[in-house]
Design a protein around this ligand. Structure first.
Ligand code: SF4
Length: 164
């Protein structure tokens, strides 16, 4: 199976190739937030972003730099005590419907930082996490799989299917 064929249906893939129907192709904005990671997940994500076959556009979303333009919040790193309030504030800024992705084991469980004085709690103690992408760091394929799931959830909520 060619990688990425899961993420864009035929109409979207054709639109991507033709540069048409941009709004439908772009979908939700993807806002990335590092809450204290070792940067392993972030480096993997950054490398993933510049490799066309792992481009998140094939999932139907694009990176954005303003939470108000986002639909998906992608969190990397353990949730540290110092970052908790900022994470909650950024989450509130994202308009509904919104989807939360925990990238790597750190936001899921604390990972290698779980015994650190700086670690607060798993992310899902504070936010409704929709998609977990385990790994340390996750493989690019797993990242894209998780982002693709998040886009599907966002689309469902946008269509009125259990909006959050
Ligand atoms: S999951 Fe692993 S690579 Fe990712 S931030 Fe945590 S320690 Fe680093």
């Amino acid at each position: 199976m060619k990688w990425g064929s899961n993420y864009a249906n035929g109409r979207e893939a054709k639109a991507l190739r033709n540069g048409k129907n941009e709004a439908a192709v772009q979908g939700p904005g993807l806002y990335r937030l590092n809450t204290g990671s070792c940067n392993g997940c972030d480096v993997e994500l950054a490398v993933t972003a510049v490799i066309p076959r792992f481009d998140v556009k094939q999932c139907g979303c694009t990176y954005c730099h303003d939470p108000k333009e986002a639909g998906i919040l992608l969190v990397s790193g353990p949730l540290t005590v110092k970052m908790r309030e900022q994470v909650l504030r950024l989450y509130r800024e994202i308009p509904a419907p919104k989807v939360v992705v925990a990238l790597g084991v750190c936001p899921i469980s604390g990972g290698v930082f779980r015994d650190s004085y700086a670690f607060e709690n798993p992310l899902d103690a504070y936010l409704p996490v929709d998609v977990n992408v385990p790994g340390c760091p996750p493989r690019p394929q797993a990242m894209l799989e998780g982002i693709g799931q998040a886009v599907k959830i966002w689309r469902g909520r946008s269509a009125g299917d259990g909006e959050k």
